[in-house]
Design a protein around this ligand. Structure first.
Ligand SMILES: Cc1ncc(COP(=O)(O)O)c(C=O)c1O
Length: 446
C-alpha cells in the first residue's frame, strides 16, 4: 500500500465529518447566505490539503478524490510543476491589467491553446469561469450571425449566470429567474440512440424553419459533446457529425462546450477530434488553469471577427481577464498535459475503471448503466422497480464519504454517481473505489 501522499488509500481517523469539520460548519452556518453550502450532520467535510488524488480534511482524514474537485485537478491536486509556476509568478506579479496592459503569460497561453485547437488561425477570449466563457460564446455567436435564437439540449449544464443559464436546462436553477431568461432558446432532447438522433435533427430543422422569419431567428446550436453534470450522457456514434453537417448547411454556428469534457478528461484533447468535426466555437475551463480560475472561448479567426475592432474599450471584458497567476498556472498545466501524457493516462485508466465497475456492478439491482469516456464516468442508478430515483447519487456520495471516497451526484434528478478522478490516480486507488462503490451499491439498503 502506497504511503506517498497523493497515491494513498483512505485513512479515516474520525468518522466524517469529524469534530473540526462540524465546528466549521456551525460557524459557516451563521455567516454564509442560505442556498450555497449544504450543511447536514453527514456533510460536508472541510478540506485542508490536497495532493495528487488525495484530499486531507481538517480532522486529518485522508480521502481518495474521484471528482478532481469539479473536474479541475486533472493533473492531480497541487501538481508540483504547477504550484511552482504559481509561486514564481506570485513573487513578481499577482495581478495586472489584462485587456489594457497585459502580460507575456497571456500571449503564451493563447499561443499554446491555439496550437491545440482545430483551427489554423484561432482567436481566443480569456475569462475566469466556465459560465463566463459561455457568455462570450453566446455573445460571439450573436455578433457574428446577427441572430439571437439558440438551440440547446435538455439536461444541458452550461453555467448559472443569466446568459449561460438561458441555455442550461434544469428547472431548479431556472425557475426563480424564468422571467429574466430570454425566450430565445429552444431545447431539444439530447439523443441516447441513433433513432432519437435522427428525429432530433428533424426537430431542429423544423425549429430553425419556424423561427426564420420571427424576431428571433436561430443563429447557433450549443452542445456539450458529452453531458457532464447532466449525468455523463454520451450521444450515439455519428450524431455530432450529423449535427455539424446540419449546422453548416443551415448557416448556423456550432458551439461546443468542452469545459468539462475537454483537455483530455474524456480521453481526447477535444471531443471535436473524436467526432471528426470542426465546430465554430469551443469553450474551455475547469482543468485549463491547473487549479486557478481560468476559462476561454476559442474560435476561428473568421468567427471571432464578428467582434468589431476595439476603439480602446472592450465590449466584453472583466477585471481578472488574463490574470497572471491563472495564465502561469495554465501554461504549466498545458506543459504537464503533454509531458506526462495525461490524455493517454485518461484513456488507459478510464478504460480500466470503466471495465472494473461494469464487471463488479453488473449484478447490482440498483445499477442501470455504467458508461463513460476516458476519466469521465457515470453510474446511473435505479430502484427495485427499475425507476430512476431522485437524489440517489447524493445518498451514495454521503455513504462513500464515510468510507473515505469523494464522489458527486449528477443527472437531472441526481440519479447518477459521477466519477472524474485526476489522471494521476493509481490502480490501487481505482481498485479501492470500485470495491467501495460496489459494497455501497450492492449491499446497502438504498
Ligand atoms: C459543461 C460545463 N459548462 C459550463 C460549466 C460552468 O462552469 P463554472 O462553474 O466554472 O461557471 C460547467 C460546470 O460544471 C460545465 O460542466
Amino acid at each position: 500500500m502506497s504511503q506517498t501522499l497523493g497515491e494513498m488509500l483512505p485513512s479515516i481517523k474520525s468518522a466524517p465529518p469529524g469534530p473540526h469539520s462540524l465546528e466549521l460548519a456551525s460557524r459557516l452556518n451563521v455567516v454564509e447566505s442560505r442556498n450555497v453550502t449544504w450543511l447536514s450532520e453527514n456533510f460536508p467535510i472541510f478540506w485542508d490539503r490536497a495532493l495528487g488524488s488525495n484530499v486531507i480534511d481538517v480532522d486529518g482524514n485522508v480521502y481518495v478524490d474521484l471528482t478532481s474537485a469539479f473536474g479541475v485537478a486533472f493533473a492531480g491536486h497541487s501538481h508540483p510543476s504547477i504550484t511552482l509556476a504559481i509561486e514564481k509568478q506570485g513573487k513578481v506579479l499577482v495581478h495586472g491589467m489584462g485587456d489594457v496592459h497585459p502580460t507575456a503569460s497571456k500571449v503564451k497561453i493563447m499561443e499554446e491553446m491555439g496550437k491545440l485547437s482545430p483551427w489554423k488561425e484561432a482567436r481566443t477570449v480569456l475569462a475566469s469561469s466556465g459560465a463566463e466563457a459561455m457568455e462570450i460564446a453566446l455573445k460571439t455567436a450573436q455578433m457574428y450571425s446577427g441572430k439571437t435564437g439558440l438551440i440547446a439540449f435538455r439536461g444541458a449544464y452550461h453555467g448559472l449566470t443569466l446568459g449561460s443559464l438561458s441555455v442550461t436546462d434544469r428547472e431548479k436553477f431556472r425557475d426563480p429567474f424564468v422571467g429574466r431568461l430570454t425566450e430565445h432558446t429552444s431545447f431539444v432532447n439530447f439523443p441516447k440512440t441513433g433513432e432519437e438522433a435522427e428525429s432530433i435533427i428533424t426537430e431542429i430543422a423544423s425549429i430553425v424553419r419556424r423561427k426564420k422569419s420571427t424576431a428571433e431567428p436561430v443563429g447557433a446550436i450549443v452542445i456539450e459533446p458529452i453531458q457532464g453534470r447532466g449525468g455523463v450522457q454520451i450521444p450515439p456514434e455519428g450524431f455530432l457529425q450529423t449535427l455539424s453537417d446540419f449546422s453548416q448547411s443551415a448557416g448556423l454556428l456550432l458551439i461546443f462546450d468542452e469545459i468539462f469534457s475537454g483537455l483530455g478528461r474524456s480521453g481526447v484533447i477535444f471531443e471535436t477530434e473524436r467526432a471528426g468535426v470542426v465546430p465554430d466555437l469551443v469553450c474551455l475551463g475547469k482543468s485549463l488553469g491547473g487549479g486557478m480560475p481560468l476559462s476561454a472561448c476559442i474560435g476561428s479567426r473568421e468567427v471571432m471577427a464578428g467582434w468589431p475592432e476595439t476603439d480602446g474599450e472592450a465590449i466584453h471584458t472583466s477585471t481578472f481577464l488574463g490574470h497572471p497567476l491563472s495564465c502561469a498556472a495554465g501554461i504549466s498545466f498545458l506543459n504537464v498535459l503533454k509531458s506526462e501524457n495525461l490524455v493517454l493516462q485518461s484513456v488507459q485508466k478510464g478504460q480500466y475503471l470503466l471495465d472494473s465497475l461494469q464487471a463488479s456492478l453488473r449484478a447490482g439491482q440498483h445499477v442501470f448503466q455504467v458508461r463513460g469516456r476516458g476519466l469521465l464516468i457515470g453510474i446511473e442508478l435505479h430502484n427495485q422497480k427499475n425507476h430512476s430515483v431522485k437524489s440517489m447519487g447524493s445518498h451514495v456520495s454521503q455513504l462513500a464519504l464515510k468510507e473515505g471516497l469523494i464522489v458527486l451526484p449528477a443527472g437531472i434528478d441526481g440519479e447518477v454517481v459521477e466519477l472524474a478522478p485526476p489522471a494521476t490516480i493509481t490502480r490501487e486507488q481505482m481498485d479501492f473505489a470500485v470495491k467501495c462503490l460496489s459494497k455501497i451499491l450492492l449491499e446497502s439498503q438504498l
